[in-house]
Ligand binder design. Structure first.
Ligand code: ZN
Length: 185
C-alpha cells in the first residue's frame, strides 16, 4: 500500500541495502538522484560500474588497484621490510590519510568470524604467508579492535611467529569496539 511510484520505490529499496543508509536517507537520496540530468545520471552509473570492472586486487597486498601492482607496493621509497595487516581496503585509506606509516600493507578482505561463517580460508592469508621472506622484518597487526579482529590477529601471530618474523599489534588510541575507519589521524 505505497503511494510512491514503483521505479522510485525500487531505487529507495536498493539504496537502503547500503550500510548506514536508513529509510529517510534512502528516500532523500532517491529524490536527489531523480533530479539529476541524463548526463549526470550516466556519469554516476559509469562511475559505479567502473569500480567493479576496472579494479583488480594488487597481486602483492590484495588492495584494489587498476594495475597488477598497486602504487604503494610499487613505490621503492616505502619500507618494504614492514607489512601492516588490515581487514579492509578502507583501512589502508585511513592509515594513508594519517600519513604516519611508510611500510607496505596486506589486506585480508575480512576477519575471522565463526558466527558469520568466515574462516581463515575465506581471507587473503595464503597470500600473506607467501610474502614472508627474509627481507620482511616486521608484521604489524592492524585488524580492528573487535572480537573478530583480535581473533584474526591472534591466529595470524601463531602462523607467522614460527617463521621467525617479528609480529606486533598496532597500538590504538581508540576505544575497544571502535572501527579503524572512524579513528582520527
Ligand atoms: Zn599492493
Amino acid at each position: 500500500m505505497s503511494n510512491t511510484a514503483a521505479p522510485l520505490e525500487v531505487l529507495i529499496d536498493e539504496l537502503k541495502r547500503l550500510p548506514g543508509i536508513g529509510d529517510k536517507s534512502a528516500t532523500r537520496l532517491a529524490y536527489q538522484l531523480m533530479n539529476l540530468s541524463a548526463d549526470q545520471t550516466e556519469k554516476l552509473v559509469q562511475a559505479i560500474r567502473g569500480v567493479h570492472t576496472k579494479l583488480n586486487r594488487c597481486r602483492q597486498c590484495q588492495n584494489y588497484t587498476e594495475g597488477d601492482l598497486c602504487p604503494i607496493c610499487a613505490d621503492p621509497k616505502r619500507d618494504h621490510s614492514t607489512i601492516c595487516v588490515v581487514e579492509e581496503p578502507k583501512d589502508v585509506f585511513a592509515l594513508e590519510r594519517a600519513g604516519e606509516y611508510n611500510g607496505l600493507y596486506h589486506v585480508l578482505h575480512g576477519a575471522i568470524s565463526p558466527l558469520s561463517g568466515i574462516g581463515p580460508d575465506q581471507l587473503r592469508i595464503k597470500e600473506l604467508l607467501a610474502r614472508m621472506d627474509p627481507a620482511v622484518g616486521e608484521v604489524i597487526m592492524a585488524t580492528n579492535p573487535t572480537v573478530e579482529g583480535e581473533a584474526t590477529a591472534m591466529y595470524l601471530s601463531r602462523l607467522l611467529k614460527p617463521l621467525g618474523v617479528k609480529v606486533t599489534r598496532l597500538a590504538y588510541g581508540i576505544p575497544v569496539g571502535g572501527d579503524l575507519e572512524y579513528a582520527d589521524e
